[in-house]
Design a protein around this ligand. Structure first.
Ligand SMILES: [Fe+2]
Length: 344
């Protein structure tokens, strides 16, 4: 995909949803964007698209934490082991790509990912602001970057955070699956001291996205996957209740080696997920030594796999997490693990 075709794809995405809204009175009402966002943006402004292909493979990488002082070539070689294993159709990075990076380092890291000629995107983590550039700079840079980058964030909206966007996987003019990227934000210094949470206007944005997509799909919800960085409080509940043997909390894979590092406030995102019935799996990072998947109240709650050995680690828990979307919309989950001895 070259830059020209990528731009065409974006225009097609906007045209597709715009047409759907304009052709029904309900859709037209749904496209009046004067309420929750405080700007003239429509939901379709947040949407990019990719063609769905059979057994579509999404590789989740997380907590890469590259900075100026790292031997980045070593880490690139390590990440390449996982990308080669997965041979994905889309790479999703769930935050903490950087720690103490400057603009030169950031551009180099982006060039590394774009050089694979595989569509990729990112939701920011709490450490991505711990850099020698403001988060607005890196967000603006990615908005106009590369041939394979599928990142998009609207800087003048009132949806909190800097990486709220959507990738529709298309079959013809039909949305087969939505990849919903959200910014779980960084630190909260006001209501409490700790990791921040998904804000109400982001939940409103998610609800409007799902509601409009459902309406444009003839009233049937379209399946979606959500990717962001910080687990919400129900992740801690899921682990506890799975240990207690609750029927609605089934540990399907993995282990927990640290307590779930979630916000102190539950803003209600998971309740909205359950209410709307679109999202089938949620994938986060943040906890470097947790890699589990629990089917909790019907939704897969997943941790990714720490994708470098930066900051803190478990040596046998480094690599990547892959979600395959089959033609019948069923999901398959795979994990890839590697050791740094393979690249040293
Ligand atoms: Fe991290």
């Amino acid at each position: 995909m070259n830059a020209q075709s990528r731009h065409l794809t974006r225009r097609q995405a906007v045209a597709l949803l715009g047409t759907a809204c304009a052709t029904t009175s309900l859709g037209l009402a749904g496209c009046d964007s004067s309420d929750a966002f405080g700007t003239t943006h429509k939901i379709s402004d947040y949407v990019l698209e990719l063609p769905y292909k059979r057994d579509f493979k999404i590789l989740q990488l997380t907590d890469i934490h590259l900075g100026n002082k790292d031997n980045r070539t070593l880490h690139y070689n390590f990440i390449d082991l996982t990308i080669r294993d997965a041979n994905p159709d889309l790479i999703v990075i769930t935050g903490d790509l950087f720690t103490f990076a400057d603009k030169y380092t950031a551009k180099e890291v982006f060039d590394f990912f774009d050089g694979h000629r595989i569509p990729w995107t990112i939701a920011w983590g709490n450490h991505d602001e711990q850099c020698y550039f403001p988060i607005d700079w890196v967000t603006d840079y990615l908005n106009n970057y590369g041939s394979y980058c599928m990142f998009k964030d609207l800087g003048d909206d009132d949806v909190f955070g800097n990486s709220n966007h959507v990738i529709n996987l298309m079959v013809g003019n039909t949305v087969k699956e939505q990849i919903i990227m959200m910014d779980s934000n960084r630190y909260n210094y006001g209501e409490y001291r700790g990791y921040d949470y998904i804000k109400q206007n982001q939940i409103d944005w998610y609800e409007r996205l799902v509601t409009e997509t459902t309406r444009n799909n003839g009233g049937s919800p379209v399946d979606s996957l959500c990717f962001f960085h910080i687990p919400f409080p129900e992740y801690a509940d899921a682990w506890k209740e799975a240990q207690e043997g609750k029927a609605y909390a089934v540990l399907e894979y993995g282990e927990q080696n640290e307590g779930v590092s979630c916000p102190k406030i539950n803003s209600g995102f998971f309740d909205k997920v359950l209410e709307l019935g679109s999202t089938k799996a949620i994938c986060v990072g943040h906890d470097h030594v947790n890699n589990w998947r629990i089917k909790y109240k019907g939704v897969y709650l997943c941790f990714g796999v720490h994708s470098t050995d930066r900051i803190y680690l478990k040596e046998d828990m480094l690599g990547g997490h892959m979600i395959t979307i089959h033609e019948d919309n069923s999901l398959e989950f795979d994990h890839f693990y590697h050791d740094y001895s393979e690249v040293r």
